[in-house]
Ligand binder design. Sequence first.
Ligand SMILES: Nc1nc2c(c(=O)[nH]1)N[C@H]1C(S)=C(S)[C@@H](COP(=O)(O)O)O[C@H]1N2
Ligand SMILES: [Mo]
Length: 380
Amino acid sequence: MPAFAQKMVDLGFPGGPSARPLVTDYPGKGAMVLQRTTPPLLETPMRVFDGDVLTPNTSHYVRWHWGFPVEVDAAAFRLKVGGHVGKPLSLSLAELKKLPRFEIVAVNQCSGNSRGFFEPRVAGAQWGNGAMSNARWTGVRLRDVLKAAGVKPGAVQVRFSGLDAPAVEAAPDFAKSLAVDHALDGEVMIAWAMNGEDLPILNGFPLRLVVPGWFSTYWVKMLDSIEVLSAPDTGYWMAKAYLVPTAPGANVAPGTREFAREPINRMPPRSFVTSVADKAVVGWTPEMKVGGIAFGGDCGVQRVEVSGDGGASWRDARLGTDLGKYGFRRFDGVVPVARAGAVLMARCTNANGLAQGMVPNWNPGGYARNVVEPVRVRFS
Ligand SMILES: Nc1nc2c(c(=O)[nH]1)N[C@H]1C(S)=C(S)[C@@H](COP(=O)(O)O)O[C@H]1N2
Ligand SMILES: [Mo]
């Protein structure tokens, strides 16, 4: 087959081109929805989420801002810990792996996941809903590494950066910072494995930061530098990029450009019907199974409700195995559906009592979408 005869996937954005090629040419990856070739932006196809709640590594989405090494020499690799510490460290992978082991299941979700559905449309990667994946992360607690280096009094933040670098020197290297208390909370971790295997190079081999419950912009890949700061990070990636409205739900009236901002942080709850694709045509029965995945964001899932009539009526879904409060949770339910067609929905309420809304939030960065998403089904 000629290379241009690729399979296309329609992401279903409102008013605009939303077809993307499904590609298989990236190392360690199976079929992925191609958003950009270099640096790669690869989205997980929705049907993957109807399988195991742990997204297979071969389907885990990919996002890079700058170019990165296509190979890393694990034997020569060192993680440097410095700045406002008593004892700067330069750790080999073998040395790091001597610290107590820590594991957590957590959703890795891009701040801009689902940006293509914003109305009015906003600039940035036009992701569908597949800029998210769930994995079991294995590594060590960041706290243990910072304790070994001895955080000095007066530390306020910890800055992380990786082996990737901008193509031109004037552009800002990718670096993100967390408050020192957050960095020491015993959940933020440095992972070398996902789902029991080395990190794929595209997901940050050999090490990445995992910040459970927070958007992935903080989950720095190919992590080789940790710097304890005695003054807040004023770099581009904290002070200019990834800012959201401080208003609840990162929400301002569509089109608003002036508002109080803060760095994006905790994730809100989301859920997705995965048992049937949007715009599918299936045989009619008076009741229909509706299954999918939900996550609570910065806490667990309390409840998932499902609807077959676009949210006019709801029923509780049954929740699947709980692998930990920061991970995907499978849900399954049954809803009555009209012969004329159905609009399937799922609505997650998290353990803090926060529920997904029926009206989308909006902000000019296209961040933190978490509205209840419709799946339209026609019957043959
Ligand atoms: N070193 C490095 N880490 C990074 C980034 C990056 O550009 N460079 N992008 C961040 C963003 S915005 C996202 S969404 C996630 C994507 O993680 P993934 O590619 O493993 O899915 O990586 C984060 N960590
Ligand atoms: Mo992202």
